[in-house]
Write a protein that binds this ligand. Structure first.
Ligand SMILES: [Zn+2]
Length: 229
C-alpha cells in the first residue's frame, strides 16, 4: 500500500530510517483520511549489505517489484513476503550469487502462486530420469521425447495457432528445478554445482514466471544490463 510518511526526508525525522528503500518493519498506518498516513514505524531490517553490491541491489529491486505485482493491497501475503525476505537476506549477506538467488526466487514464486510446473516426470506416461524433455510452459508439465514424438509437426502448427510455449529441458535441469521448488525453506538455495545447468535454470525460471505473469519488468531489464557490464 502507498503510505505518506510526513517529514521523512528530514534528517531528524523519526521516520527517516523506516522509510528507506528495502526496509522491513512494523508500521502503524492511519487509513481514516483519503491518504494513508504513517503514525509509527519500527524497522526490523534494512538489508544494509545490499549497498555493497550493485548487482545484488538491482536484483532486490526486481524481487520487490514482483512482490508488489503479485500481491493485492490490504490482503495478507505471508508466503510471498517470506520468500522475498529470505532472498533479500541472502543477497544482503552475499551468501549466494545474485543470478542464483534470482533463479530460486522465480521458481519458488511459482510455487507460492500455485502455478509451479510438475517436473517430477512425463505428464503423459510418468517416465522419470529421461535425458531430456519438453517443458510445456503454460500447462506447467513435462513431456518426454517418446510421448512428444511425431507430434513435433503438429506442435509446430499448434505453436502458430495458440502460441504454445515449449522449452527444452534436460533431465538434470528438471531434477534440479524440481528440488528447488519442493525443498524445505532452509535448503532451497542448494543449486547444482555445474554452472551451465545453473545458467540454463535461470533462463527457464525467468521464461516460466514472466509468461505466467504475462508481463516484463523494467527492474529485471536493468539488472540484466548491469550484470552484463
Ligand atoms: Zn512420456
Amino acid at each position: 500500500m502507498y503510505v505518506y510518511a510526513r517529514g521523512s526526508r528530514q534528517i531528524k525525522s523519526k521516520f527517516m530510517a523506516a522509510s528507506l528503500k528495502f526496509t522491513y518493519g512494523d508500521f502503524v498506518v492511519n487509513t481514516s483520511d483519503k491518504l494513508n498516513i504513517l503514525q509509527e514505524a519500527t524497522p526490523k531490517s534494512s538489508f544494509f549489505g545490499l549497498q555493497k553490491n550493485i548487482n545484488a541491489m538491482c536484483l532486490a529491486d526486481y524481487v520487490c517489484e514482483v512482490l508488489a505485482d503479485v500481491t493485492v493491497d490490504g490482503e495478507p501475503a505471508e508466503e510471498a513476503l517470506r520468500l522475498t525476505l529470505n532472498c533479500l537476506h541472502v543477497l544482503s549477506e552475499g551468501k549466494y550469487a545474485p543470478d542464483d538467488v534470482k533463479t530460486v526466487f522465480e521458481l519458488r514464486m511459482t510455487e507460492v502462486l500455485g502455478i509451479n510446473p510438475d517436473l517430477s516426470c512425463c505428464a503423459r506416461c510418468g517416465a522419470a530420469g529421461k535425458d531430456w524433455y519438453y517443458l510445456d510452459v503454460m500447462n506447467g508439465e513435462l513431456v518426454c521425447r517418446d510421448c512428444g514424438r511425431g507430434e513435433e509437426d503438429e506442435r509446430m502448427s499448434e505453436i502458430t495457432r495458440t502460441a504454445r510455449i515449449i522449452v527444452m529441458m534436460t533431465g538434470a535441469e528438471a531434477y534440479a528445478a524440481d528440488r528447488i521448488i519442493n525443498a524445505d525453506r532452509n535448503r532451497m538455495f542448494s543449486l547444482p554445482a555445474d554452472p551451465a545447468i545453473r545458467r540454463r535454470l535461470g533462463e527457464i525460471s525467468e521464461k516460466y514466471l514472466l509468461n505466467h505473469l504475462e508481463r516484463s519488468y523494467k527492474t529485471l531489464d536493468f539488472y540484466k544490463e548491469m550484470t552484463k557490464l
